[in-house]
Write a protein that binds this ligand. Sequence first.
Ligand code: FAD
Length: 390
Amino acid sequence: MESREQFQDRVRSFYLGMEQELLGIEGPANRARAYRGALMQAGLAGLSYPRSVGGQGLDPDFELAFRQASLDLLPPEDAMLTIGIDMALSTIGEYGSEELQQRFIPTGLAGEEIWCQLYSEPGAGSDLAGLTTSAVRDGDEWIVTGQKVWTSVAEHADLAILLARTDPELPKHRGITMLVLNMHQPGVNVRPLRQMTGAAEFNEVFLDEARIPVDWILGEVNGGWPLAVALLAHERTSLGQGVRTSNEAKAKTGRAPLPFDGLVQRARDQARLADPEIRQELARVYCGEQLIAWGAARDLHPSVGKLWRTIQGWRAAQLAHLIGGTSAMAWTDDDDEADYWAYHVLNCRGMSLGGGTDEIQKNTLGERVLGLPREPGAHRDTPFRDLLRN
Ligand SMILES: Cc1cc2nc3c(=O)[nH]c(=O)nc-3n(C[C@H](O)[C@H](O)[C@H](O)COP(=O)(O)OP(=O)(O)OC[C@H]3O[C@@H](n4cnc5c(N)ncnc54)[C@H](O)[C@@H]3O)c2cc1C
């Protein structure tokens, strides 16, 4: 039986060769698939999933050991897979029928299918239960019509976890169903949204009578809300956990705060390491990294981890701005270094929105952890059809 230390050595040696292996592969989605396939081949994917669905059948402690060993080594391509691995597959593992688990977990674990999350809509972000995309049963299919927005990775996705309204006569939290949608079909139209960073990392997704087999449903018809919340908890855990932030590769994807080590190097390069204001802020970033690392090792509420990550992202980006001066504000296309720093300054605000805004995390902690009174005016018993909407 492999010890924890031997296992972690194996994880580290897998990742050390990985960057080289991915070099020759064209396109981020192909690289992500190849990376995940190699992880599967190495027996390092789906550690705590049962063998019957392609997992390794190991004790859940190995997941933590894996995370700790791989944290600083993950390639940027890993970020494209987190919606599938951390969110969709976890939810399918908990709520999916035996058939759905067999259909989606093995291919998801192996990176053969990339997932996106079709939750947010133009009129339903923080108020997610106000969504209006409809799914109507037609024989042995669901017909889905509506618009989703801010959908990360949709341009590469093969499958989506979708929330749709299946009964507008029921109160808004009770008429929602969670379904799996095949993104490769005529009724699905993905349009990129360009952000102020210049990148287009998320999309609008238009659904025009898209079709779903009737049994590609998670949980009960009209019973999707608790599952939606469970998936969001997985998302917050994924966003908040293990962001020990000393990983440049992860920071480059914009999915993690700028790391302390990189900021020190930057201050040194700019001959600003002796500046007392910069030293003070470096100390704050270092303390934040340590707090996140210690927090990740404890069983904190997912919203706490998510909030910490946002605070750290903003603090680190502000420091990059301070060190970089004008090069963190204005850059040219041929200056990769300045582009990298400027990207973070512009991108970090998005961290406080994706996965639920800071205010919503605080509401969640207030209501569900501290037991404060719920927000007034939620109309929890009024049929959705009769509610005033955006
Ligand atoms: C980088 C990124 C990636 C994303 N990826 C995805 C994705 O893959 N799939 C997906 O479905 N969505 C995705 N989103 C969307 C994200 O979930 C929403 O942006 C978020 O839930 C907020 O919704 P909204 O943008 O409609 O803002 P709104 O809900 O309109 O909020 C506007 C402001 O009002 C505040 N507010 C709203 N309600 C309350 C309240 N009750 N109490 C206090 N303050 C309140 C908010 O905090 C915010 O500051 C992504 C967003 C970002 C930035």
